[in-house]
Design a binder for this molecule. Structure first.
Ligand code: TYD
Length: 138
């Protein structure tokens, strides 16, 4: 996988004077079956989350509220995706290093995953990630 496999997905948006509505469907806007949903909130200014890669887990990330950046890195190239609208999602395939930063006050990051939580699915050290990319084990 490379950063070219990361995709911004525009979600449906029903604009309404009573308030807008958007939605996501698995195997439609999200290209995998959802096994897990979690959210990141109350991030103090200047903090970052998620400096790691997943061996198997695919992700779909939505900024339900506020804004933050997702920096994706395939070992050769890096790309920053700014999420700041609740009707856009970011698809991140497995095998990519990613960090989330620049969280705005009261931002809310919703994340869908393709597998259940598994501590062994994480690669937590960038050096290990680069090694695995080099030897083709990720
Ligand atoms: P972690 O994925 O390490 O957060 P980040 O990469 O954003 O810094 O998760 C933080 C803690 O939350 C970790 O100790 C395990 C727990 N956790 C779960 O139990 N289930 C989950 O689905 C997730 C994402 C985390």
């Amino acid at each position: 996988m490379t950063i070219n496999d990361v995709k911004i997905v525009k979600l449906p948006k029903f604009s309404d004077p009573r308030g807008n509505l958007s939605f996501v469907e698995q195997l439609n806007h999200i290209p995998f079956e959802i096994r897990r949903t979690y959210w990141i909130y109350d991030v103090p200014g200047g903090e970052n989350r998620g400096g790691h890669a997943f061996k198997e887990n695919e992700e779909f990330i939505v900024a339900l509220s506020g804004a933050f950046d997702v920096i994706v890195d395939d070992g050769e190239k890096k790309k920053t995706f700014t999420l700041n609208r609740s009707y856009y999602g970011l698809y991140v395939p497995s095998g990519l290093w990613r960090v989330m930063e620049n969280f705005s006050t009261n931002s809310l990051a919703l994340e869908f995953g393709s597998i259940h939580y598994d501590v062994n699915d994480y690669i937590r050290h960038y050096d290990d990630y680069l090694k695995m990319k080099k030897d083709g084990t990720i």
